[in-house]
Design a protein around this ligand. Structure first.
Ligand code: GDP
Ligand code: MG
Length: 308
């Protein structure tokens, strides 16, 4: 099976609900008129693309229809696919996925996001990629709020073969990070992945804690964290994207990792993120196993959901 075919299989729910409905709308309407455009617009909105990007897509579609004088609806589907790819390729120009060959060592990455979005699982996946390349990887259990959090990361660390530094439940996460980075420098680790809490007593407390971790890391390894990834659960659609704004206001987020695309019809959410948050999707996750992560390739993603 080709890489694209594998992705198609994982994104089948999004394909079946969203683009099949567009195809259906186009087939039933037959001709190209205002009503067809409105119906396509409705489907795009319902598919969690977001209002802004949908407006952009529809504007481009109307323009193409006018310029090319398209009367018959059978071309609309492929035109729409092309338009979305064009918009995303422009937005994603100059961006890249997760940097698996960083210049500076230790390369420090912090993972943030709401509880249950998939931070800990994603860390295992990313760790596995670095380990495959021969890097020495240290995981840091800085989610000290949930009692089970350290244990969960511990299990993953054993599974993928990474080292881990943690602390007692309730410890100060910034000091855990301080110790971990000091040790990472002394022991020449290549990569350090920091797991953080997704929930505290209040949202303000959580953001303060993450900001403190951020500042502390920089004190030990200059300019770190080199990357801060925001993990968003695709099944929560536009709500998940909305929640992201709290993190973006407090932290220098370098990219989004979108998870659980395998279990949702809301995969269209990936299309609107860069437009809405001005932060690129770096990678996508399509399952619970360590290999279920891949770099986000916008054009490939759109092809995978549009094409049979
Ligand atoms: N289907 C699916 N489940 C996922 C994915 N990523 C994470 N999960 C599951 O989501 C749940 C929460 O993940 P976890 O890593 O604990 O989230 P955290 O609270 O952000 O650390 C777990 O049951 C994971 O197995 C994914 O890409 N696909
Ligand atoms: Mg966790």
């Amino acid at each position: 099976m080709s890489i694209l075919d594998k992705l198609k299989k994982k994104l089948a729910k999004t394909h079946n609900s969203f683009v099949k409905r567009i195809a259906e709308v186009i087939r039933l309407r037959g001709k190209v008129d205002e009503e067809l455009i409105e119906e396509i617009e409705d489907v795009l909105i319902q598919a969690d693309l977001g209002v802004n990007i949908t407006a952009k897509i529809i504007n481009n579609l109307e323009e193409k229809i006018r310029i090319k004088k398209i009367k018959n609806s059978d071309k609309i589907y492929s035109i729409l696919e092309e338009i979305i790819i064009d918009i995303l390729e422009e937005e994603y120009e100059g961006t890249s996925g997760i940097d698996y060959s960083p210049a500076v060592k230790p390369h420090v990455i912090m993972f943030v996001g709401v509880n249950g979005t998939g931070k800990t699982t994603t860390i295992a996946k990313v760790a596995n990629r670095y380990l495959d390349r021969g890097d020495r990887v240290l995981l840091v259990a800085a989610d000290t709020f949930r009692a089970a959090a350290h244990k969960q990361l511990d299990i993953w660390a054993k599974d993928v073969g990474a080292d881990i530094i943690g602390s007692k439940h309730g410890a100060d996460p910034a000091s855990v990070v301080y110790n971990a980075l000091t040790s990472a420098k002394a022991k020449n680790y290549d990569v350090v992945l920091i797991d953080t809490a997704g929930r505290l007593h209040t949202k303000v407390n959580l953001m303060k804690e993450l900001e403190k971790i951020n500042r502390t890391a920089d004190k030990v390894v200059k300019n770190s964290p080199h990357e801060t990834y925001l993990v968003i659960d695709a099944t929560t659609g536009q709500n998940g994207v909305q929640q992201a704004k709290n993190f973006i206001q407090s932290l220098p987020i370098s990219g989004v990792i979108l998870t659980k695309l395998d279990g949702t019809a809301k995969g269209g959410v990936a299309i609107g993120i860069k437009d809405k948050l001005d932060i690129p999707v770096k990678a996508i996750c399509t399952g619970e196993k360590v290999e279920d992560i891949r770099q986000f390739d916008a054009a490939n993603f759109v092809r995978a959901i549009f094409e049979d």
